[in-house]
Design a protein around this ligand. Structure first.
Ligand code: FAD
Length: 319
């Protein structure tokens, strides 16, 4: 039976839920699924990984414990696990971490790499990706002894298919790297990670200033969503770059994307066009986003968003 390795990402000791879409995509080939965990393993991960069909869980450790977050040594540890378990196909998230790790693995193995895929068929080695700011959807075929796929977070819906998993810890050999890990700092801004969120409410130049983003954070908190932004808002210094959606920001695929005071440039759409539903709030009925959304409100966001917050509070209070 073919084997597929899936690099599993965690965040603050919890499995990221976007892993489950990646596992679902890998499972469709009928291969045996190996979850590769370079982050510290917790027993609570096992039932969740089993729920989506993982057959083997490989916690990867180094001689001194967990593999520290150095992308160079992590890539080597993952490659050693691929060799050890004879895995030729590797899946992962095209998340910030995945974009650091997967290309290093591919380069070291001289393997073809397809990043930011919106669909994958590993049994025929093909992927679907968007190009030129989303104007072209292309299908590629990968060939080689090893094949590496990075999936856009949330591009594939997670579907459960319970299995029983065996835990096979693997100790990698680490060597001193040219790239030294010095320190990491936790993000201090509030809100869920963009790529993980089911609902994103984003603000653009129409937000008119940094202080008004508090409205979006309040609204996102009530929806258990995340706050995004256009480049205009980020360039104005109203919100950190980590929130930027678009060609030069993050690519997101939430179930619902609410654009507030965003005109809908090609570059912005490049980052959110795969959202399940797009809702635009804009005073200009001629704004490009109005032609490309599922629902719109031709209205002032400073009237609509507070009304949305009030309604959400009422709904939550009624439950
Ligand atoms: C190489 C390159 C890369 C780029 N990458 C990105 C990227 O990653 N992400 C990105 O977003 N952009 C990117 N851009 C910039 C992009 O071209 C646009 O300039 C940008 O997206 C515009 O941001 P905006 O929609 O917030 O601003 P605007 O285009 O100025 O639109 C503001 C909108 O707010 C509306 N508005 C104003 N007041 C209100 C109100 N009170 N209530 C409701 N609506 C209101 C207006 O009607 C208008 O439609 C890139 C550009 C280039 C050249």
């Amino acid at each position: 039976m073919d084997r597929i390795g899936v690099v599993i990402e965690t965040d603050r000791g919890e499995l990221k839920k976007t892993n489950f879409g990646v596992i679902t995509a890998a499972r469709r080939s009928g291969a045996e699924l190996y979850a590769l965990l370079p982050d510290e393993f917790a027993a609570s991960y096992q039932p969740l990984l089993e729920k989506y069909g993982i057959g083997k869980i490989i916690p990867i450790v180094s001689e001194s414990g967990a593999v520290i977050f150095n992308p160079a040594s992590r890539a080597k540890a993952v490659i050693q696990a691929l060799y050890r378990f004879d895995i030729r196909t590797l899946f992962g998230l095209a998340s910030p971490r995945g974009k650091d790790l997967l290309p290093r693995v591919a380069a070291e193995l001289e393997a073809p790499l397809a990043m930011d895929c919106t669909a994958v068929a590993p049994e025929e080695s093909t992927v679907v990706k968007s190009h030129y700011s989303g104007k072209v959807i292309a299908k590629f075929r990968l060939s080689g002894n090893y094949r590496i796929y990075g999936l856009r977070p949330n591009a594939v819906e997670a579907v459960a298919a319970p299995a029983a998993a065996e835990i096979l810890p693997f100790q990698a050999r680490t060597e001193p790297e040219a790239l030294q890990f010095v320190e990491s700092t936790e993000r201090t801004d509030t809100g869920a990670e963009l790529s993980e969120a089911d609902v994103i409410i984003s603000g653009g130049r129409g937000m008119a200033g940094p202080e008004n983003f508090a409205l979006l954070f309040e609204c996102a908190g009530l929806m258990r969503g995340a706050v995004g932004a256009s480049r205009a808002a980020v360039d104005a210094g109203w919100i950190p770059y980590a929130h930027q959606v678009g060609q030069t920001g993050q690519t997101v695929s939430p179930k619902v994307y609410i654009a507030c005071g965003i005109s809908g440039s090609v570059q912005h759409f490049a980052g959110m066009k795969t959202a399940g539903m797009v809702i635009a709030i804009n005073i200009d009925p001629e704004a490009p986003i109005m032609q490309r959304c599922d629902y719109f409100a031709v209205d002032d966001l400073f009237d609509v968003v507070p009304a949305l917050i009030e309604n959400l509070k009422r709904l939550i209070g009624d439950r």
